[in-house]
Design a protein around this ligand. Sequence first.
Ligand code: AMP
Length: 352
Amino acid sequence: MIPPGETIGILGGGQLGRMITIAAAQLGYRTHIYAPEADSIAAGVSDAFTNAAYDNVDAFAGFVADCAVVTYEFENVPVEPLAKIDSVPLHPDPRALEIAQDRLAEKRFVSELGGIPAPFASVTSLDELGTAILDIGTPGILKTRRDGYDGKGQWQIATPSDAASLDLPGKPLVYEGFIDFFAEFSVLLCRGADGDIRFWDTPENVHKGGILSHSTIPAQANVEALVAEARALATKVAEALNYIGVLTLEFFATTDGPVFNEMAPRVHNSGHWTIEGALTSQFENHVRAICGLPMGDTSLSARSVEMRNLIGDDAHDWPDILNDPANHLHLYGKAAARPGRKMGHVTRLTLD
Ligand code: AMP
């Protein structure tokens, strides 16, 4: 067990790291952020900050030496430097990161455990794309295997002729069939060092332009009907990876059952509602799990909850948001409200 007072190292300096830091501080831990960007919004609220590239061996060793445990908030942290951490625990296991960083590896891994992703094929050339389209059909989506997030690195393919005119990015890709879903949802769990698994209620998620727009809890009944199967898969993933911490799996809800979309080996935007909407938030339970503390109750604290992301200029509405006492406003302290940038979120509880 790593007791309060010790230092938690966090790789990545964005809003997820900021919210982990706030939860860690509440439990009396210090945090040390490691991030390549100088203007880290997580470092702004942490006790220590190493501003260096992930492959800076000396900086990395100095950071690890200051920490009692290391975790990550950013999915694209290079896995290689993590292999060098042997003096302190690193949670979740970097194998989860390695799998989640590659859409192809992720789909294969989950398929082996019995999950059903969208039909998919590896693509490295226009010829292979043509074959994938013949096998899987259109419409479909071509995605970069790595480094894609919030809809970035994706191309919609409505007809086979769309593919012919594509200028492929010269990176490994995956083509996947378009899923005719009636809703999207995610499974959020936290697994402790003793193997104990806690789930939060299932948020139903609406994306706009590939970016999460809002999450509603509870989900509609026809989504709830798919939750047991989705949780069973998430449990298998967590156990196969001997996972410690918060794990998120995203699904498409279809009339044939839950279709796996992707996994995130970390706290997740679709779990931000848990700060006020659950008795223990995803951030607090992540801290508790990686430190070997007992986990807190994940039950709902309200009859229903809605979390809405504040993207780009939405954040300028903060005075109006605060005028409604049911709203809980979170602003991440980012300087510029660029289009598509997650600037904050607002959570609304319905108590009666
Ligand atoms: P991703 O980054 O892969 O999670 O994609 C972002 C969003 O694009 C998803 O949450 C869906 O709304 C949509 N999307 C991605 N892949 C598919 C698919 N195969 N079929 C239908 N919609 C998709």
